[in-house]
Design a binder for this molecule. Structure first.
Ligand code: BTN
Length: 252
């Protein structure tokens, strides 16, 4: 199968601090959309809200440069669309039953197998580029992860009882990202959000951290920009943007 066009420039590295940093440096000097930076390990992998991201050998750690020409409302759907693409790839390519946790964690049996980080840079009001970072726990066991994550994370090896071909999986994922990104550009974002909503399993009681406020309520669906609609105990519905909110767990 030919390489997906979103992998038109492939940079393979052994050990890096973070593929996000390398991709950003390349984006700054004009490398095009579709530049894919893959590393075998990262010494300073990072997650959302600056959290540490463990990146041992055997995982799939990559960052992809996009230069999206999207209206703000569609750009705002991007994290969920990328998570959906990865869920599709894991289902189709590996036969796994996959769920999503808003905004963009990919789960197997309720445990996180993949995280996504999007960092974007504006020139004025325009998005100059977005770096899509994907971390997929693949060919290693739980013992390679920090102890505090072992109860809430999983890996493909744990779920499948075997290792996967990382090369094939990378291309299957990039192909799905490419299809979903194209659909988003063609104005089919609502459809994608509907599919993602199914995988998020609403309605669902959740506790979230929004700034320094903890909110509990029932998540009832997604707004058209990918924000979470949370129904509070007093019946009020709050719309929470993914950049500002993080799910702490199920509603107490
Ligand atoms: C999260 O769930 O908080 C997002 C995790 C994203 C991790 C990936 S691994 C490849 C890329 N490089 C990084 O430093 N982070 C992302």
């Amino acid at each position: 199968m030919p390489l997906p066009t979103l992998a038109k420039r492939l940079v393979r590295l052994e050990e890096v601090s973070s593929t996000m940093d390398v991709a950003k440096q390349l984006a700054e000097v004009g490398w095009p959309e579709g530049t894919l930076v893959v590393a075998r390990t990262q010494t300073a992998g990072r997650g959302r809200f600056g959290r540490y991201w463990a990146s041992p050998e055997g995982g799939l750690w990559f960052s992809l440069i996009l230069r999206p020409k999207l209206e703000p409302e569609d750009f705002s759907k991007l994290p969920i669309v990328i998570a959906l693409a990865i869920a599709r790839a894991l289902e189709k390519h590996l036969g796994l039953e996959v769920g999503l946790k808003w905004p963009n964690d990919v789960l197997v049996r309720g445990k996180k197998v993949c995280g996504i980080l999007i960092e974007s840079t504006l020139y004025g009001r325009e998005i100059a580029y977005a770096i899509v970072g994907v971390g997929l726990n693949a060919n290693f066991g739980l013992e390679a992860l920090p102890e505090e994550l072992r109860g809430i994370a999983t890996t493909l090896r744990e779920e499948l009882g075997r290792d996967v071909d990382l090369e094939e999986l990378l291309m299957a994922i990039v192909r799905e990202i490419q299809d979903a990104y194209l659909a988003l550009q063609e104005g089919r974002g609502e459809e994608l959000l509907k599919e993602a909503e199914q995988l998020m399993g609403f309605p669902r009681g959740l506790r979230l951290l929004v700034g320094d406020e903890v909110l509990s309520g029932v998540a009832i669906g997604l707004a058209s920009d990918g924000s979470l609609l949370l129904k509070l105990p007093d019946g009020q519905v709050r719309q929470l943007h993914w950049a500002l909110a993080t799910v702490l767990g199920a509603q107490a």
